[in-house]
Each structure stands twice: as C-alpha cells, then as structure tokens.
Design a protein around this ligand. Structure first.
Ligand code: IPD
Ligand code: CA
Length: 263
C-alpha cells in the first residue's frame, strides 16, 4: 500500500513539537543525567521524549519499524522511522540551546520525510520527498556559493569516537586554509538543517548513527543539495560518516576529507 507522505509528515511534525515542549519544561532545570559511555550522556528527558515519539508513531502506523537512539528497534520491513529524541544531548545537559528532536522516515535507503525541531532556537525544518524543504513553513534551498573560500562549513567531533580524534587535525587545518569559516554546533541534525536552508555550504562528520542524520538528509536532498558517505561513496543512511553540501563545493570538500590522514 502506498504511504501517504502528507499524513506521515504531519504526524512527525506534531510529535516532534510535542517532544520539544517536553524538553523545554526541563531545559536548564535539575534533571537526571546518566552515562552511556565515558563522554556519552542520556538524560531522563531523552528517555521521556523517545517514549512519546514511539507512542505517537506506533499508534498511527503500527505496521512501521521504529529505530530510536535510546531503545530497542521494534517492528520490521522497509518503512523505518529513525528517532533521535534529543540530538545534542551534551548541549542540552549543559544548558546550551543547540539541541533538537530529529524524526526521519525512510523506505530502505530512500529518504521520505524529515522533521528537525529545535525548541530553544524556535526553529523547525520539514521536508517530504517531492514536496521540497521548509524552514518555519517557508520554502528553503541550499546556498549558491560555489567555492570553499565562500563557504561556512559545519562539522562534529563524535562523542563516542575519541579514538579517531587523530582524523581531525589534518582536515581541519586544510579547511582552515581553504574555507571562509568552520563551525561545530553539537547537533548533527541541526548541522544538516543548516545546509538545507543555505546557512552552511557544507557539513561533514564521522562516527554517526542513522538517527543523527536521517531527517537532515531528507532536508538536504529536498533543498537541492548533495549527499555522500564520508569516503565519497553514494549516500547510505546506515553509513557512519557523511558529507552533505550545496552540491557546488562537494567535490572540493570530498577531496580534502578523503585525502586527510585517517588512521
Ligand atoms: C551527537 C550529536 C553531535 C555529534 C555526535 C552525535 P547525541 O548526538 O549529533 O553533534 O557530533 O556524533 O552522537 O548523542 O547528542 O544525540
Ligand atoms: Ca544524536
């Protein structure tokens, strides 16, 4: 049976906004924080938001698979919801405003719907296949800057991947010499949303999970951008690395990323 993307998008946006309201009730208050790894945090708010998202989705679409950051996968088949209840948990735990809820809906490797809601920033990005990408209800597009020299580039330093920190000095140095600016906001999903609305020309990162990138990848595609794995291979939502761009700087960025030291 074909999926009604308008219905999926509405459910995703409503649920994301509801989760965002829940986050804001606890933001900068005394909530419980636990460690999943040495630097990897989960708060009681992450858990409550994931539960809310799972409840809303499984009630509306009981036949779909759900893969979330904070729980076991449920269901089966090719239609999958990827949920990051709080992308930017470390920011959230420190009272930093760059965090969001990220809801992606895929058929296999094909991105169908993406919603990223950043409640403390008061911004929401939405997209559905063939319908375009929107920031706060207004259609958005990737930027038209064609060189790295004109590019603002986002990246991230994976929390659970300190072992790979030696990847970074080389490529950061190359980007510092070639790009207008580099930013690291602490939420992969917001980084991708910022490529989709033309704020960034480029975003790249390693050590990612599908719930970090799925929604943002739908946004970037629908906004006219380009996606690939971090080693230049074609986009794969299950790959742990990504290069997302406005298309125009993709080749130049990929060359730097792929020729930098990676061990
Ligand atoms: C993290 C954020 C961060 C990225 C990490 C992710 P989390 O997600 O997206 O920007 O650098 O790789 O794990 O843990 O805050 O949901
Ligand atoms: Ca995440």
């Amino acid at each position: 049976m074909p999926v009604d993307l308008t219905k999926v998008l509405k459910l995703a946006e409503d649920a994301a906004r509801e989760a965002g309201d829940l986050m804001m009730k606890s933001f900068r208050s005394d909530f419980q924080v636990s460690k999943k790894g040495r630097f990897d945090l989960v708060t009681e708010v992450d858990l409550a938001c994931e539960k809310l998202l799972r409840d809303r989705i499984s009630t509306a679409f009981p036949e779909h698979k759900i893969v979330g950051e904070e729980g076991e996968a449920t269901g089966g088949g090719d239609l999958v919801w990827y949920l990051d209840p709080i992308d930017g948990t470390v920011n959230f735990a420190h009272g930093h405003q760059y965090f969001c809820v990220s809801v992606g809906f895929f058929n296999g490797n094909e991105g169908l719907v993406g919603v990223i809601h950043a409640p403390a920033l008061g911004q929401t990005w939405t997209a559905a296949k063939g319908m375009g990408a929107f920031r706060d209800g207004k259609k958005c597009h990737v930027s038209k800057h064609a060189t790295l020299e004109e590019s603002l580039c986002g990246t991230g330093f994976p929390s659970g991947e300190k072992a790979r920190s030696n990847y970074y000095p080389d490529e950061l140095s190359a980007f510092m010499q070639n790009a207008q600016g580099i930013r690291r906001c602490g939420s992969a999903a917001i980084d991708l949303a910022l490529v989709s609305d033309g704020t960034y020309e480029l975003y790249w990162e390693r050590g990612l999970k599908p719930w970090d990138i799925s929604a943002g990848c739908v946004l970037v595609s629908e906004a006219g951008g380009r996606l690939s794995c971090g080693d230049g291979r074609p986009f794969d939502v299950l790959s742990d690395s990504i290069i997302a761009s406005n298309g125009l700087v993709h080749a130049a960025a990929t060359e730097i990323i792929c020729s930098s030291k990676t061990s």
